[in-house]
Design a protein around this ligand. Structure first.
Ligand SMILES: Nc1ncnc2c1ncn2[C@@H]1O[C@H](COP(=O)(O)OP(=O)(O)O)[C@@H](O)[C@H]1O
Ligand SMILES: O=C(O)C1=C[C@@H](OP(=O)(O)O)[C@@H](O)[C@H](O)C1
Ligand SMILES: [Mg+2]
Length: 169
């Protein structure tokens, strides 16, 4: 949460000239409710089930940059779906960066706790080993803009070969 998946993903899709799809936005649209409302009304398990369905649908949709929510990659099913037809990218950011980006927002239900910074720290520690299974890792930097991050992702994908090879640049 706060790594920039949605913002950098949108910028990346513009630069690559492919569609941008955000799993949270798709879930919200289908439910006609916000993520916070879905968590409150239907619970996290319901949200995770929708997330898995949406990711499967988006991964089958053709060339695109797809941003997921921060919990999606914890699911082995989702990781397998993503690996089957895509390249996974972890936007790796430290707690300081993440916290500064999410601290003033109320849109993330998992951080509506008495001590959201500690909650975020706990989630990060728990999740990092699984995020490390991503095929490409791109590190955020405190003063690196959204555009700068998108360029860093492109560089990392190019260095790896494959997905951008057909781009002709
Ligand atoms: N590299 C960056 N530099 C400055 N602000 C950023 C950067 N990446 C993301 N942000 C901002 O941080 C907030 C969280 O980003 P977001 O894309 O929603 O993260 P995620 O989807 O990973 O939770 C947004 O307000 C976004 O505009
Ligand atoms: O980390 C998580 O479990 C979540 C991250 C959120 O997305 P972002 O990572 O885009 O904030 C959203 O899917 C939901 O609030 C749960
Ligand atoms: Mg997001």
């Amino acid at each position: 949460m706060g790594a920039g998946k949605t913002a950098v993903g949108a910028e990346l899709s513009r630069r690559l000239g492919v569609a941008f799809l955000d799993s949270d936005a798709q879930i919200e649209r289908a439910a006609n409710a916000t993520i916070a409302e879905i968590f409150a009304r239907d619970g996290e398990a319901f949200f995770r089930a929708r997330e898995t369905e949406v990711i499967a649908r988006l991964m089958a949709a053709g060339p695109a940059v797809i941003s997921t929510g921060g919990g999606a990659f914890l699911s082995e099913v989702n990781r397998a779906t993503i690996a089957a037809s895509g390249v996974s990218v972890w936007l790796k950011a430290d707690l300081e960066i993440l916290w500064n980006r999410v601290r003033h927002k109320t849109t993330r239900p998992l951080l509506r706790t008495a001590d959201p910074r500690a909650t975020l720290a706990g989630l990060l520690a728990q999740r990092e080993p699984l995020y490390g299974l991503a095929q490409v890792i791109v590190e955020a930097e405190p003063d690196l803009s959204i555009e700068g991050m998108a360029l860093k992702v492109i560089e990392a994908l190019r260095a790896r070969g494959g997905v951008l090879a057909a781009e002709g640049e």
